[in-house]
Design a protein around this ligand. Structure first.
Ligand SMILES: [Zn+2]
Length: 169
C-alpha cells in the first residue's frame, strides 16, 4: 500500500450508502376502523373486557391479558403529555424542519398513550403533564391517516400531576 493510499484510508470515518425500500402495509380490521374514524374526527379505541384498559389505536387482543378486545370507545380529543422529545437533528426524508416535538399523549379515558406531534407553542414550553388537544387538518384534507390530526396543541389548562400519569409512562 502506497503512502498516499494509507493517508486516504486513514481519513475515512464514514461512508454514505443510500438504501431504498418500497413496501405497502395493509391495515387490519381494527386499525381500519380506527383510521376511518380519524377521517371523521373521531378517535376510536377499544376496551379490554378483562383489565378494562382502553387502547388507542385499538388492537385485536389485549397485550397484557391475551384476550380479544371488547367494545369500542370514542375518546375525547384532549389528553396529557406523558413523555416527549425535542427533535433537533435533520435526517433524510424528514417532513418537518427541526426543532419540533414528538410526544406520547395519553388521551382522556385511555390507558395507552398515542405517539404524535406537539405544535402551537415553543418547543421549550412542552413538559410532562401538559394538557393538550388535537388540532385537526381541514376536513377536505382528511385522509385515512393519523396525520388527520396535524398535531396536539396546549389547552392552557393546569398541568396534570405526574402521580396521575406515572403508570402510563
Ligand atoms: Zn387486558
Amino acid at each position: 500500500m502506497s503512502e498516499a493510499t494509507k493517508a486516504v484510508v486513514k481519513d475515512v470515518t464514514t461512508m454514505a450508502s443510500p438504501v431504498s425500500l418500497k413496501f405497502r402495509a395493509r391495515a387490519g380490521k381494527d386499525l381500519s376502523r380506527f383510521l376511518r374514524g380519524m377521517k371523521e374526527r373521531r378517535i376510536v379505541g377499544r376496551v379490554c373486557p378483562s383489565c378494562n384498559y382502553v387502547y388507542v389505536p385499538p388492537r385485536g387482543a389485549c397485550p397484557t391479558c391475551g384476550c380479544p378486545m371488547g367494545d369500542e370507545r370514542v375518546l375525547p380529543e384532549t389528553g396529557t403529555i406523558t413523555t416527549f422529545c425535542i427533535v433537533n437533528i435533520p435526517f433524510e426524508g424528514q417532513k418537518l424542519k427541526p426543532p419540533y416535538v414528538c410526544a406520547s399523549v395519553l388521551l382522556d379515558g385511555a390507558d395507552v398513550a398515542l405517539f404524535h406531534l406537539v405544535g402551537g407553542c415553543d418547543v421549550n414550553e412542552v413538559r410532562m403533564g401538559m394538557r393538550v388537544r388535537a388540532e385537526w387538518v381541514d376536513e377536505a384534507d382528511a385522509e385515512l391517516s393519523l396525520e388527520t390530526i396535524r398535531y396536539f396543541v396546549p389547552t392552557g389548562e393546569p398541568d396534570r400531576p405526574l402521580a396521575q400519569i406515572r403508570e402510563h409512562i
